[in-house]
Design a protein around this ligand. Sequence first.
Ligand SMILES: [Zn+2]
Length: 258
Amino acid sequence: MPPEARQHPQVQADLAQAQDVVAKVAAKTDGENSSIKASHSKHGSDPSPNIKSFEQRQAENRDLLINRPGRSSPLSDKISTITKGVFGQVLRKVALLCDHAHDDGKAPPVEVNDTVQNTLNDGEYRPSTALGKPGLASVKPGIFDPLMTGAHELGHHIAQNVLSPDALLRIRDVARDTLAWDRIIKRNKSLKYFTDPEEVFCRAYSQFVALRSGDPEMLAELDKTLKDPLLNPTQWDAFDFARLQKALEQELKKIGWL
Ligand SMILES: [Zn+2]
């Protein structure tokens, strides 16, 4: 497996200090020999995603299931949520929102839990280690964007098991022509990580799921990221994302997911 890992430190200091820490951590992990994909911790915790009760979350997920567009092989059928309780329902919601965003799920199985190996990470993805064994996507509870992070980690599963490397490169090439990309280059931090085709796809995929599902909670997470000067290069504003969304749609059409 190629050396791939990323971390974002928990940042509550000012922008300059935060960027410095990110750069240091990224520099430390860029050379690690690991197949684990990790989502950096961003701005600490935010209790708002967990304000809803277990029963409210359960009812919401029931509605998402009932109102799901007709799917012959929903991706959520391939996603086992191991985590119980309120956060388990949040993670289940991610899978259901993927169903709302696109068709079919001819992907191998993946498990989702709330246990990141490195607590500096908001999310992690571990590929299957043996034929028939599921991959594992993890999301840390208490972060402000569990739905976006969950979709991002599932994006790694799709990138590694469904899409071709060429498809990832085509999407990356379109992303190169966006304002968000310019901001990433200008910031000049952790460039290897932020410009990696698989990471670009996962960031685009999570935004794609938010926009196509139209889920207010997930859209609010996206909005919060875009309004944050430290985080906004990692996602795209509506105008900037239009072409990238088309590129994703083209690739998903090729594999029969749209
Ligand atoms: Zn990632």
